[in-house]
Ligand binder design. Structure first.
Ligand SMILES: NC(=O)c1ccc[n+]([C@@H]2O[C@H](COP(=O)([O-])OP(=O)(O)OC[C@H]3O[C@@H](n4cnc5c(N)ncnc54)[C@H](OP(=O)(O)O)[C@@H]3O)[C@@H](O)[C@H]2O)c1
Length: 308
């Protein structure tokens, strides 16, 4: 029997990484090694694959993670609301370290997770640093593929569930901006299916794939749909962006996972172009369910977990 291909997943215990590792376990001929900071989420993965607990910026951590692997999927990123220094250190520095370590260990295949926000120049640190990290990967000489997904949702996500929590808690829904900000949501499971196909495809080498919904969903439409699913239809209170940016900056200081943060507001001041999903459809058979269907699945999970 052929030896299974081992795939290093950096950020393997995160939202996308956990689902990717589960999908690798289910895929014939593949096994995973998850690299992440130590903790219970990483420990839980040890039942189904190998794990490496450590900070990938520390010397030797990536090298030991990559040793014996055929490919790497690099997911680690600074949180979107992190300061510029951390984006530079982790998003850009992490990409540089992955490239150096892959070359030194002899791993040629690298999938790099970027974002739809790398597709356009804007004031935000997150998209700008993703774009600089993409450049490091593109110039690496490795067999790279870059993914630029829109908003990801599925079990374990935090954005749509934060909208649901706010709708349950407040008589009105405070919404930064006029509600027209376009979002291109994508089920994490559909992203993961595209990643698995890219691991097996030579067509995908040297390509950037944009992924997301086929049509834009306005932020106020998304709030309304979430409200319908949880039986909480609230009036939407549209707020000017500038004070929200200040409030977001304050929220970042008060909590590790703020619902509102200044980087989001910066992003809302630009209109990201729709993802061009044709290359991913052609090369990877990419497909995703319409957002209302995906949201209904997610909301069913929320309902199942709520105490009666
Ligand atoms: N979520 C989305 O909607 C979305 C949309 C577009 C693109 N993306 C991209 O998809 C990728 C995965 O996103 P995600 O939502 O799964 O992120 P995530 O849940 O934050 O996962 C990242 C993981 O990396 C870990 N990590 C952080 N610093 C590390 C370090 N120095 N060494 C080792 N591990 C470290 C994190 O640990 P801690 O949690 O303890 O920090 C976390 O477990 C990212 O590149 C992101 O930019 C995400």
């Amino acid at each position: 029997m052929a030896t299974p291909k081992k795939v290093l997943v950096t950020g393997g215990a995160g939202f996308v990484g956990t689902l990717l590792c589960q999908a690798i376990v289910a895929a014939p001929g593949l096994v995973f090694r998850a690299l992440d900071l130590p903790g219970s989420r990483l420990d839980a993965l040890a039942r189904d694959g190998e794990t490496v607990a450590g900070d990938l910026l520390l010397p030797g951590v990536l090298e030991s993670g990559l040793a014996g692997c055929s490919a790497a999927v690099h997911l680690v990123v600074a949180h979107e609301h992190a300061p510029l220094e951390l984006h530079e250190k982790l998003t850009i520095g992490g990409a540089r370290r992955v490239v150096e370590a892959a070359k030194s260990v002899g791993v040629r295949r690298l999938l790099f997770m970027s974002s739809i926000k790398a597709a356009r120049d804007y004031e935000g640190f997150y998209g700008a640093c993703k774009r600089r990290a993409e450049a490091i990967v593109r110039e690496s000489g490795l067999d790279w593929t870059i993914f630029r997904p829109g908003l990801l949702y599925g079990p374990g996500e935090t954005r749509l569930s934060a909208i649901a929590r706010t709708l349950r808690a407040w008589p009105v829904f405070p919404l930064p901006g006029d509600g027209s900000y376009p979002i291109y949501p994508l089920r994490t499971v559909d992203l993961v299916a595209a990643l698995l196909r890219a691991l097996e495809s030579s067509e995908a080498i040297g390509r950037i794939y944009e992924l997301g919904s086929d049509r834009p969903w306005r932020l106020d439409e998304i709030v309304r749909l979430v409200g319908e699913h949880i039986g909480q239809r609230r009036p939407i209170l549209k707020l000017p962006l500038s004070p929200c940016r200040a409030l977001g900056a304050l929220a970042e200081k008060l909590t590790r996972h703020p619902v509102l943060f200044a980087e989001q507001i910066k992003a809302m001041q630009v209109r990201f172009p729709p993802p061009d999903t044709e290359p991913a459809k052609r090369d990877l058979g990419f497909t995703t369910v319409p957002f209302p269907q995906g949201l209904a699945e997610l909301a069913a999970g929320w309902a199942a977990r709520r105490p009666r």
